[in-house]
Design a protein around this ligand. Structure first.
Ligand code: GTQ
Length: 351
């Protein structure tokens, strides 16, 4: 057999010929298409809330909630600016709602989570339930449910972190949206309804579990935090995670949302975590406390309400030398899990 090796000029001529037919040679990009391990374009990044808060508040003078529909500053990963993405397939933004404002009702196939950062006077209405928001609460807006947000006239500015699967759904060409004819949807249930029905290890007798989307719409911070602290007092401490729990759909035991998995973890004072890496892309938001996170080769000091992003397969480790820290996080784990693509490596030595 003879080996064929054309000059590069001849090859380029050939590539131009096939390009005219919308074709391209795999052999020029095989290494990119089928890499030996993940090659995320996103980079480890942190947004320091203390540095951003004034700018975020200023957005309240720039535009009203009604005109904006959602007054949100999108956190864009520096590795992929212009894509409205904090990781390859997750969206995150800081939403501000001022006293007396309504963010009008709509629904979309993208599902959203909220992690409340500051202020207590706002609510979100989801699927007929009016849900009050307090710092640290994790709130779900399931796919295709009407939702509008409001804030009391005599309230205070309220800020929360939005997490959406928007980049993934855009990639899948599966995005739909509808606007509700009124600013607010009718409220059928008061605050806490879904939590009472599903949050006590019982479910309504005729309940049929949906595969995705938890029937609990709000997981109050008090309860989630209490679980971590109680476990810690009972001696629980993982060398990588501290005390970490994942939020659950109580009716299935599975993820509370189809595409995003949320977590809460306690890093007790003095914690020096070992490094781990997973194929998840993860967004963290600091609920309380201070510490340091190492992501890949970068080290970031974090303070309350900071948001940071960890790319797939880069080692992550935490330290909280001076005080307890509580971190909320969400990742694309359910998608990886469904496709059998989740991998994890827990390194046994300190970084
Ligand atoms: O609150 O419905 O950050 O539709 C982006 C899109 C929030 C919302 C965002 C949205 C919302």
């Amino acid at each position: 057999m003879s080996t064929i090796s054309q000059s590069s000029a001849a090859r380029q001529a050939y590539y131009s010929q096939i390009a005219a037919h919308h074709m391209t040679p795999l052999w020029e990009s095989l290494h990119l298409l089928v890499p030996p391990e993940p090659t995320p374009q996103i980079v480890p990044a942190i947004w320091h809330y203390a540095q951003l808060r004034d700018l975020l508040m200023e957005s309240g003078n720039v535009i009203s909630a009604v005109e904006a529909v959602r007054r949100v500053l999108i956190l864009e990963n520096p590795g992929i600016r212009g894509k409205s993405s904090i990781t390859s397939n997750l969206y995150a933004g800081l939403q501000l709602i001022l006293p007396g404002e309504i963010a009008p009702s709509h629904r979309h196939t993208q599902l959203a989570l909220r992690f409340v950062i500051e202020g207590k006077s706002a609510w979100t209405a989801v699927d007929g339930e009016r849900i009050s928001m307090a710092p640290g609460d994790y709130i779900i807006t399931p796919s295709w449910t009407w939702h509008d947000h409001g804030n009391a006239k005599d309230g205070e500015p309220v800020v929360w972190l939005d997490g959406l699967d928007a980049p993934l759904l855009l990639q899948l060409d599966a995005c739909f949206r509808e606007d509700y004819p009124e600013a607010e949807q009718p409220v059928r249930h008061t605050d806490g309804y879904s939590l009472v029905r599903y949050g006590y290890n019982m479910v309504p007798v005729r309940h049929k579990a949906k595969k995705t989307d938890s029937p609990i719409l709000k997981y109050p911070y008090e309860r989630s935090r209490e679980a971590l602290y109680k476990l810690h007092r009972m001696g629980e401490l993982d060398a990588w995670d501290g005390v970490k729990l994942r939020y659950v759909n109580p009716a299935t035991g599975g993820y509370p949302m189809g595409t995003m998995a949320p977590f809460l973890q306690l890093l007790p004072k003095g914690f020096q975590g070992k490094p781990y890496r997973t194929t998840e892309s993860t967004v963290f938001c600091v609920g309380e406390g201070r510490g340091t996170v190492k992501i890949g080769t970068q080290s970031f000091a974090f303070d309350p309400h900071d948001v940071f992003a960890a790319p797939s397969w880069q080692p992550v480790s935490f330290e909280s030398p001076h005080e307890d820290a509580v971190l909320f996080s969400f990742s694309n784990l359910p998608v990886l899990d469904a496709a059998g693509l989740w991998r994890e490596e827990r390194q046994s030595s300190k970084s």
